[in-house]
Design a protein around this ligand. Structure first.
Ligand SMILES: NC(=O)c1ccc[n+]([C@@H]2O[C@H](COP(=O)([O-])OP(=O)(O)OC[C@H]3O[C@@H](n4cnc5c(N)ncnc54)[C@H](O)[C@@H]3O)[C@@H](O)[C@H]2O)c1
Length: 349
């Protein structure tokens, strides 16, 4: 029998979700956690009965650790990921992989050179509804995509940006931005995953109702490589907050989603429409994630952990490699650049 792989989680805010996902995942064992915050570290060690490291360097010296989950502030992901890869550890990296395409490339280069596996987190890609939408689009059920639009009317209280772990949020250096790069990056990734790569963007952003450096509201127009046009809205200012909305239109049909609820599915055969609506339509519950960052389900994380175990065992690419996760950051950075320069910006790939 093959042994379970030993995982270690560094960064114990959202890292708590990683611990739960690893505990419940097949083929994975939560062997250690690491945080410079002693209170978080003690609490997690007590909860999981695993080894605790205050120093990341000590964690990397542990020969029993196979995989390191990097769940620290976004702007630290590359430097910490490179250290882990050079120590021979496989990686799972939280979203966004890092805050600039240049930093992400550095991590990708080292991952390739060392031969370790690196799986990235974009849990929306693990949701059945999104997987089935993508399959239908790929099979041509929508025809040629004409429009892809997304709206994220979220809310974050001032307290989210305060306290010992708040001040990095909404900063350019460590968060890479605000509502768009932190909260909105999932939505950017989802629409580019469904509608294809983005060629150029025009954007506007500003700080509207928080005491932060970067932005709490961004609006952008997207031109996809396919020729489709789209719009994107992301904020953390909405009172009351609402759920993510995605609308896509093609030459043969369209769909719309509100949170995890499929509102409209008008493509494919009548039987396919009925099935999709029966599976994913008619949900009344509003997703709590609109205002509570910790209301994220750990289900997607669990699937990404199990996928990495298989990627290591069978020596294949993880389901979300760096090469696939980086485009969302390329798009976000291009939107910020467009807003600063008042010009349409080509998205580098
Ligand atoms: N997938 C999702 O839905 C989701 C949700 C929330 C956050 N995130 C991502 O998770 C990451 C962390 O976000 P968070 O909200 O948990 O932040 P956080 O500030 O609450 O937690 C980060 C932790 O990392 C620790 N840390 C930093 N440097 C360290 C080091 N060198 N050694 C050991 N510990 C160190 C800090 O002490 C802190 O406890 C970010 O990249 C964020 O974008 C993803």
């Amino acid at each position: 029998m093959t042994r379970a792989l030993n995982f270690a989680v560094v960064g114990l805010g959202m890292g708590g979700h990683h611990c739960r996902a690893i505990r419940d995942a097949k083929g994975a064992n939560l062997a250690a956690v690491c945080d410079t915050d002693k209170t978080r570290l003690r609490k997690t060690v007590r909860e999981y009965g695993c080894t605790g490291f205050e120093r990341y360097a000590d964690l990397l010296k542990d020969p029993d650790i196979d995989v390191v989950n990097i769940v620290t502030e976004s702007g630290y992901h590359t430097q910490m990921g490179i250290k882990a890869a050079k120590a021979g550890k496989h990686l799972i990296v939280e979203k966004p992989v890092d805050v600039t395409p240049a930093k992400i490339k550095k991590l990708d280069d080292v991952v390739k050179a060392t031969g370790v596996k690196c799986g990235c987190i974009f849990q929306s890609r693990m949701e059945n509804c999104n997987i089935m939408l993508r399959k239908a689009i790929k099979k041509g059920a929508m025809g040629r995509i004409i429009g892809a639009h997304a709206h994220l009317p979220w809310f974050r209280a001032d307290s989210y940006f305060e306290g010992p772990h708040g001040p990095w949020r909404g900063t350019w250096k460590l968060d890479g931005g605000g509502a768009l790069m932190n909260q909105g990056v999932h939505t950017i990734d989802l629409i580019q995953w469904l509608a294809g790569p983005v060629e150029s963007v025009c954007g506007f952003y500003d700080v509207h109702n928080h005491d932060i450096e970067a932005e709490d509201q961004t609006v952008a127009i997207l031109k996809f490589e396919s020729g489709a046009l789209g719009t994107l809205y992301a904020t953390t200012c909405c009172i009351p907050e609402g759920a993510q909305r995605v609308y896509m239109y093609g030459t043969k049909g369209s769909f719309s989603k509100h949170g995890s609820n499929l509102e409209l599915y008008e493509m494919g055969t009548p039987a396919q429409r009925k099935r999709m609506m029966a599976l994913f339509g008619g949900k009344k519950k509003v997703d709590a994630i609109g205002k509570d960052p910790m209301a994220v389900s750990a289900d997607g994380h669990l699937l990404i952990v199990e996928d990495l175990v298989k990627a290591i065992r069978y020596d294949r690419e993880p389901v979300i490699p760096i090469s696939s996760a980086k485009h969302a950051v390329e798009i976000a950075c291009a939107i910020y650049k467009s807003a600063r320069t008042h010009k349409e910006v080509k998205v580098s790939r």
